[in-house]
Ligand binder design. Structure first.
Ligand code: HEM
Ligand code: HEM
Length: 218
């Protein structure tokens, strides 16, 4: 609140404070910025929920047939594109509101590994939807995608409408990358959730509570 008032005073004085500086000023919870902003927290948990749902739906593909299978694919693609949109929003927000510094109590290897996992997640959060989108765009079957039954997803340019054989080869290539990235996603989730639980129950520090505002510090 104090920052909001401070920001308003700046605006009233017509001091040269850019909208970027102003939004950074009101979004920080305190000067030390020792936790994530509410926007970052909401986006984090939304992305986690939708990404895990996209995986859960993909796991049903093999058992389904006919219309049910088609609908599962449509739902999977809708959830996946939602992850892409939310992740772009998260990245944009992060540019204006950098993530808080790692806890000083972390060991050097923990800082390096957590950074690597976070960067890896961003590659996945953008790369999984993009490679999936490339699969459907390259596919010679030209199956349409209607996101949540409402929004028509266009095909990506350059890979769409190629000659049959080239289209088929490209589709297979993108499928392999999508599948391999899926395996990387499983590994990152195990490392990330394992680390969160270790910090909460073994180290008993504030790592998890920075991302879960109502959680009491362990
Ligand atoms: C698959 C779903 C998930 C994805 C893609 C994901 C992604 C991320 C990313 C990219 C960050 C870095 C912060 C940022 O800049 O946004 C982060 C931080 C964090 N995540 Fe997740 N996350 C997922 C699930 C979870 C789950 C299930 C938990 C808890 C059990 C969790 C706990 C945390 C915590 C505590 C942080 C803060 C770490 C720190 O500040 O050092 N995440 N997550
Ligand atoms: C966060 C986003 C996404 C995640 C985590 C994800 C995950 C997965 C997984 C785990 C599979 C099963 C792969 C296997 O056979 O082992 C799969 C398959 C598939 N996904 Fe996604 N996906 C995402 C986004 C998308 C998007 C946006 C599209 C299309 C617009 C898409 C299209 C497909 C297709 C066509 C398949 C079946 C082909 C294949 O086996 O690779 N996915 N996805």
């Amino acid at each position: 609140m104090r920052h909001m008032e401070q920001g308003l005073v700046w605006v009233l004085w017509l001091e040269p404070m850019s909208p970027l500086e102003f939004s950074r000023d009101i979004s920080m919870t305190d000067k030390t910025q020792d936790r994530y902003t509410l926007v970052a927290i909401v986006l984090h948990w939304l992305i986690a929920l939708v990404l895990i749902s996209a995986i859960a739906v993909a796991w049903q593909f093999d058992d389904a047939k006919g219309l049910a299978k088609f609908q599962l694919f449509q739902l999977h693609k809708s959830l996946g594109i939602t992850v892409l949109v939310l992740s772009l929003a998260r990245l944009g927000w992060r540019l204006i509101n950098p993530a808080p510094a790692a806890l000083a109590s972390l060991k050097p290897w923990e800082k390096v590994l957590s950074k690597a996992v976070h960067v890896g997640f961003y590659v996945i959060m953008l790369g999984m939807p993009l490679t999936g989108w490339l699969v459907v765009s390259a596919s010679p079957k030209n199956i349409p995608t209607l996101l949540y039954g409402i929004i028509d997803l266009p095909y990506l340019p350059f890979v769409h409408g190629l000659a049959q054989e080239q289209a088929h080869n490209l589709q297979e290539l993108f499928e392999e990358v999508h599948e391999a990235m899926g395996k990387v996603t499983y590994a990152l989730i195990v490392l990330h959730v394992g680390a969160a639980l270790k910090h909460q129950f073994i180290d008993r520090d504030s790592v998890l509570s920075r991302m879960v505002p109502f959680l009491k510090k362990a």
